[in-house]
Each structure stands twice: as structure tokens, then as C-alpha cells.
Write a protein that binds this ligand. Structure first.
Ligand SMILES: CC(C)(COP(=O)(O)OP(=O)(O)OC[C@H]1O[C@@H](n2cnc3c(N)ncnc32)[C@H](O)[C@@H]1OP(=O)(O)O)[C@@H](O)C(=O)NCCC(=O)NCCS
Length: 151
């Protein structure tokens, strides 16, 4: 199935929350420091990414529905986040990636993110997200893409 040309990405509107929640987690919906970008195909939500308004902005909660993976949806979401961050005056975009998730590292490396030398963060214990408490036991690496440009 051809996918790339059919993806539309836009900022999540309040009126779309119920529809998106039926397909995706929106775990950071009420975090209060940013906004979700949602990827749509034929008016179905297929992926999202949360972009914070911090300095530098951070990309969080990138998620693509299982049936739409490996078709470039995450690439398009990250590109849209770069454009939005750049339009807000940012020149870099930061994210955290699990030290053990080599597939996700490959994704972000291919998009130009690099380790910027910030000490890895050990995260252990229960974290409360919108969908409920989750047990976390992870090492998070901080990666950044500098010189982001409007794409
Ligand atoms: C990680 C995730 C967002 C990738 O979304 P996607 O739309 O499939 O990614 P894209 O199609 O844009 O890019 C795919 C590339 O990423 C890497 N990649 C992503 N998932 C991979 C996997 N399971 N195995 C190997 N490589 C993978 C590869 O480089 C791949 O390129 P290829 O298909 O040419 O080999 C998606 O798998 C997902 O939602 N996973 C669960 C949530 C998650 O882990 N989020 C990231 C942390 S916030």
C-alpha cells in the first residue's frame, strides 16, 4: 500500500481528541508544556508526536499505529516537528531515546540526531501517564539535532 503521499500532519485540535484516543495513546495530552502533532491517512489517525515549548524544544511520545509502521510516518512526524520548532525560533530539537532500543536509535540517527554528551538518565519506578501507571526501568540517552531548518 502506498502511504507516504497520503499522510497529512496537523496539530491536534480538542475536537479530535476522542477520535485519536481510539487509536493512539496521547500519553502526554495533559502535560501542559506543548502540543501533539497527529498524522492522518484518509481521516484516520495513524501516528502522533508531542512537541514541547521548552528551550530547546523536545520531541516526545512518537507513536505510530502498528499497522502503519515502516512506511515513513515517523519520519514525516519528526520533519513536521522540526518545522514547527523552527517556526517558533528554535535552532535545535532534543529527544530521549532508550539505551536498549536500537531500532528507535536507528530511526533517529537516520534523521540526523546525535548524542550531545549529556549523562544518561537512569529511570526506575512507577510513572503516571494519562492512560495509567506504568513500571519503568530504563536508561535514557539525550540526543539532539542542531541547525534544524524549515523543511
Ligand atoms: C518507533 C516508531 C515510532 C517508528 O515509526 P515508523 O513510522 O515505523 O518509522 P518510519 O517508517 O518513519 O521509519 C522506519 C525506520 O526506523 C527504523 N525502525 C523503526 N522501527 C524499526 C524496527 N521495528 N526494526 C528495525 N528498524 C526500525 C529503521 O531505520 C526504519 O527504516 P527501514 O524501514 O528503512 O528499515 C514505531 O515503531 C512505534 O510507534 N513504536 C512504538 C513506540 C516507540 O517506541 N516510540 C519511540 C519512542 S518515543
Amino acid at each position: 500500500m502506498e502511504t507516504a503521499g497520503r499522510i497529512q500532519i496537523r496539530r491536534l485540535e480538542d475536537s479530535e481528541i476522542d477520535t485519536v484516543t481510539r487509536h493512539l495513546g496521547l500519553a502526554r495530552l495533559y502535560q501542559g508544556d506543548g502540543a501533539y502533532l497527529v498524522a492522518w491517512i484518509d481521516e484516520s489517525p495513524v501516528g502522533h508526536a508531542y512537541l514541547t515549548r521548552t528551550d530547546p524544544p523536545q520531541l516526545q511520545d512518537v507513536e505510530v499505529s502498528a499497522t502503519y509502521r515502516r512506511r515513513g510516518v515517523a519520519h514525516r512526524l519528526v520533519a513536521a516537528a522540526e518545522t514547527a520548532a523552527s517556526a517558533s525560533g528554535a535552532r535545535s530539537l532534543r529527544l530521549s531515546v532508550s539505551a536498549r532500543d536500537l531500532d528507535v536509535q536507528r530511526l533517529y540517527r537516520s534523521l540526523g540526531f546525535v548524542d550531545v554528551g549529556i549523562a544518561p538518565l537512569e529511570v526506575h519506578g512507577v510513572v503516571n501517564i494519562r492512560t495509567g501507571p506504568i513500571e519503568v526501568n530504563d536508561t535514557l540517552l539525550t540526543w539532539e539535532k542542531t541547525n534544524i531548518a524549515v523543511v
